[in-house]
Write a protein that binds this ligand. Structure first.
Ligand SMILES: [Zn+2]
Length: 133
């Protein structure tokens, strides 16, 4: 997977497309690090050089329900409304959903205005390199 080229199927699945130029803005690993610790931090797209970001709102939308469930499970366990097995099963399941959401459910946000000239140049460079698998 090469950043800066046309977005591949995998790049689409991981939501690595640049909102400005539509090409792949960064590697999956880089986006994951931003998702973990770089919310709202503007990063230059590797294809067109314009600023994109992982929006904190999207990250919150996936993690908040999980944290809420953790609190609920802790309370339910404290009052013995739920067995430990059920609480663990519930948390593992919702943890997996939150993880999948963080990996596949967070699009890159646009930071600033799109410069049409930079987009055209990035697209021309990408097609000059030929389609990459
Ligand atoms: Zn771009």
């Amino acid at each position: 997977m090469t950043a800066g080229g046309p977005a591949t199927l995998l790049a689409n699945a991981f939501r690595l497309r640049c909102p400005h130029c539509g090409l792949q803005a960064m590697s999956a690993g880089r986006k994951w690090r931003l998702t973990m610790a770089g919310w709202d931090q503007p990063v230059a797209c590797q294809a067109c050089g314009q600023q994109v970001q992982v929006q904190s709102f999207s990250v919150m939308a996936w993690t908040a329900p999980f944290i809420f469930l953790c609190v609920c499970a802790a309370v339910a366990l404290a009052f013995r409304w739920m067995s430990v097995d059920w609480a663990v099963a519930l948390l593992v399941l919702s943890g997996l959903v939150a993880l999948a959401g963080l990996l596949f459910g967070i699009p890159l946000g646009r930071k600033g205005r799109t410069d049409e000239q930079l987009v055209q140049r990035a697209r021309a460079a990408a097609s000059a390199n030929g389609p990459r698998a």
